[in-house]
Design a protein around this ligand. Structure first.
Ligand code: DC
Length: 226
């Protein structure tokens, strides 16, 4: 059997990485892994258990007690934290407001990266995140770096959230995105940065179908043999 294919998608918050990653995985019959959901679930555990992020031993103890699992149904992300389905709760504002700080912790990253690398060892996979093409899979077969105008990103995320959270404001969403961009690009541990060999995809004016076609054009030559 030929080698497994790894597609790495990185980029800023709310710029449609998961929409593209899911569509690709579906089209190619690859496994989709939303690495951000893992950092979000860890953050939820930290919040619920009042883990002091500055205390290395508390962080280490917490990481030992966190067991994450993905259950794929229709390529939607279903993640469990110690056997509890938390897919909805990890998208709420308390987690969104704290996840960049938690994901900047060295020991958290080491543990998550280890688990992510295991998932991409022998299977065809599409993984999205911030450091997939740089730290998790530096030798990924295809790397895409996504970006879009921050205002457009905030509007898209706001539309997604307003149904479930009618109190949310566009300004709040915009601020959260701007903050996360800042923290994710300036942190010491594996900051969000484009890998030298990543293809840039600015989707400000693209439809989901156009993005999918763009990515498929790059991936198809690699997979004609599988
Ligand atoms: O993809 P997302 O917005 O759900 O990710 C939530 C946060 O997790 C993001 O602000 C930064 C962090 N993250 C990370 O540091 N590394 C990844 N590979 C994925 C996400």
């Amino acid at each position: 059997m030929s080698k497994n294919i790894v597609v790495a998608i990185d980029g800023y918050s709310s710029c449609g990485k998961s929409t593209l990653a899911k569509a690709l995985a579906k089209k190619l019959h690859f496994i989709y892994v939303d690495s951000g959901a893992m950092y979000r679930a860890v953050t939820l555990y930290f919040l619920r258990n009042n883990v002091d992020q500055s205390d290395i031993s508390q962080v280490a103890e917490a990481l030992k007690n966190i067991h994450l699992n993905f259950h794929s149904r229709d390529y939607e992300t279903h993640i469990t934290l110690n056997d509890e389905e938390v897919s909805e709760e990890i998208r709420q504002m308390p987690v969104s407001d704290n996840v960049s700080a938690v994901s900047a912790i060295h020991d958290v990253r080491v543990e998550m990266v280890k688990q992510q690398q295991r998932m991409g060892k022998s299977k065809n996979i599409v993984m999205d995140g911030r450091d997939i093409g740089t730290a998790v899979f530096p030798h990924a077969d295809v790397k895409i770096f996504m970006t879009a105008d921050p205002k457009v990103r905030a509007e898209r995320r706001y539309k997604e959230m307003i149904g479930k959270n009618p109190d949310i404001t566009l300004e709040e969403v915009f601020k959260n995105i701007a903050n996360r961009d800042y923290q994710d690009t300036t942190r010491k541990e594996s900051p969000l940065v484009r890998a030298d060999d990543a293809i840039i995809l600015d989707n400000t004016d693209l439809t989901p179908q156009q993005q999918l076609d763009f990515a498929l054009d790059r991936i198809h030559p690699l997979i004609t043999n599988i």
